[in-house]
Design a protein around this ligand. Structure first.
Ligand SMILES: Cc1cc2nc3c(=O)[nH]c(=O)nc-3n(C[C@H](O)[C@H](O)[C@H](O)COP(=O)(O)OP(=O)(O)OC[C@H]3O[C@@H](n4cnc5c(N)ncnc54)[C@H](O)[C@@H]3O)c2cc1C
Length: 403
């Protein structure tokens, strides 16, 4: 009898998982995606949206139509509660039943933890959605329009997506330098990490010194082991009393998984990330899989201020492929793949240069570590974005050359 596979989320994890499932399973098995968004956004380009170097249309794609054309049912809805004992989830519009569930819902942003951090109700800005990036663009232009001032970029305690503020700080520095007004602005980056470039994984060899050198060259000040106390209209306040004056601040908060999974014994950890074994399968509810940011991964290293583990786009797509493969193996028989032996490939853009990184495995000590700084990395990142969007639009093969 045909099985019902329900994929929650339609971004890097959900889209890739659903498309892979459709390829692996015969038509008698139904694949359905339920997601809050019917548009896919290439999130790594959002810092360029802040700078005005990209318009949203260039990095968005109508994901619902594309899934439907591939024989995958799509419903735009936000899931508010999972009922793993009843094999159903509840959305704002209705209930959805399944035989297999894939949680690829990414994260919710924990702005409430820090007074003044919320871009809607407070004074900080963020970079997780097109709306946030456009709001940050406007605020940054207002600050620059004053002619001089202080610009602050930071990772809050518990944050795990640590790279974007490094990128945004260096892009802003490039922008100001090109306009010949760099000398009028102070740029500061603070981070929860114990050193620059720790990235939740105890760093990537000499990448730390490369970043320190780059920041020194660009005269970007930095603070490590930072814990925020709050954001006011004109300052970011750190615990310990330091106030970083700010005419503009861009801050990455800590994540929740999803409130839809939270509090369900055996399904999620206390912050709503889905617990899964090495095969990305929940140990208690063995018809539930997790991929991407929604997956619970305990921080492997103790740090003075909490730092989460990064789950990059490339890692997410690999997990999504493994989750799809393992569900197909459950249904058709066959061996399962391991899903947590992570490698990482990533490029951080710095405005007029970039940092390329490839590491295997993700955590040290490693068998392979390649990092290079240069203009080539900057152009590779641009080329990758263009290829990725074209691959969605025209069905080109996937590649991981320039995440
Ligand atoms: C600014 C920025 C820059 C980045 N740069 C890079 C980079 O250069 N390279 C890299 O590899 N990674 C980068 N990342 C990380 C990358 O974007 C993430 O790894 C990736 O988005 C994770 O994909 P995901 O599918 O797990 O979650 P998400 O992309 O967060 O997607 C979650 C999906 O679930 C849906 N959803 C959420 N909640 C619900 C709900 N309750 N019900 C139904 N649907 C729901 C959403 O609508 C969305 O479709 C960056 C991240 C940011 C924020």
């Amino acid at each position: 009898m045909g099985k019902k596979i329900l994929v929650l989320g339609s971004s890097f994890g959900g889209y890739h998982c659903a498309v892979t499932l459709r390829k692996l399973l015969r038509k008698e098995h139904a694949v359905r995606v339920v997601s809050s968004d019917d548009v896919f956004t290439f999130i790594p380009s959002l810092p360029w949206v802040i700078m005005g170097w990209r318009e949203p249309a260039a990095i968005q794609f109508p994901v619902a139509d594309s899934l439907r054309r591939k024989g995958i049912d799509f419903v735009q809805d936000t899931i508010v509660k999972a009922d793993p004992d009843g094999n159903r989830v509840t959305g704002r519009k209705g209930d959805y039943e399944y035989d297999y569930l894939v949680a690829a819902t990414g994260s919710e942003l924990d702005f409430e933890a820090i007074p003044g951090l919320d871009p809607e109700r407070g004074h900080g800005h963020s970079v997780f959605t097109v709306e946030q990036a456009l709001q940050a663009r406007e605020a940054l232009q207002r600050a620059i329009g004053k002619g001089s001032g202080s610009l602050v970029f930071g990772n809050a305690q518990g944050a795990s997506c640590l790279g974007p503020v490094y990128e945004a700080a260096m892009m802003t520095e490039t922008y100001l330098r090109r306009k010949k007004i760099r000398h009028k602005f102070r740029i500061t980056l603070f981070t929860n990490e114990p050193w620059l470039g720790h990235f939740g994984v105890a760093g990537f060899g000499k990448m730390t010194r490369m970043l320190e050198d780059e920041f020194a060259e660009r005269h970007i000040e930095w603070r490590i082991d930072s814990k925020m106390a709050g954001v006011t209209p004109d300052a970011v306040e750190l615990e310990g009393g330091e106030k970083l004056e700010s005419d503009f601040s861009l801050i990455v908060p800590a994540f929740y998984g999803s409130h839809a999974y939270m509090g369900i014994e055996g399904l999620s950890n206390p912050r709503g990330f889905v617990i899964a074994d090495d095969y990305l399968c929940n140990p208690k509810y063995q018809n539930i899989y997790a991929a991407g940011v929604a997956l619970a991964i305990a921080p492997p290293f103790k740090t003075a201020v909490p730092v989460g583990v990064p789950k990059t786009g490339q890692m997410t797509e690999e997990m999504a492929g493994v989750a799809a493969h393992n569900i197909a193996a459950d249904i058709k028989g066959g061996s399962k793949k391991r899903g947590k032996d992570f490698d990482v490939v990533c490029i951080a853009d710095a405005g007029d240069t970039g940092f390329y990184l490839s590491a295997s495995p993700l955590l040290p000590p490693r068998n392979k570590l390649v990092h290079k700084e240069g203009k080539a990395a900057h152009f590779m990142k641009i080329a990758f974005e263009k290829y990725y969007m074209a691959s969605l639009r025209y069905g080109l093969p996937k590649t991981h050359f320039g995440w």
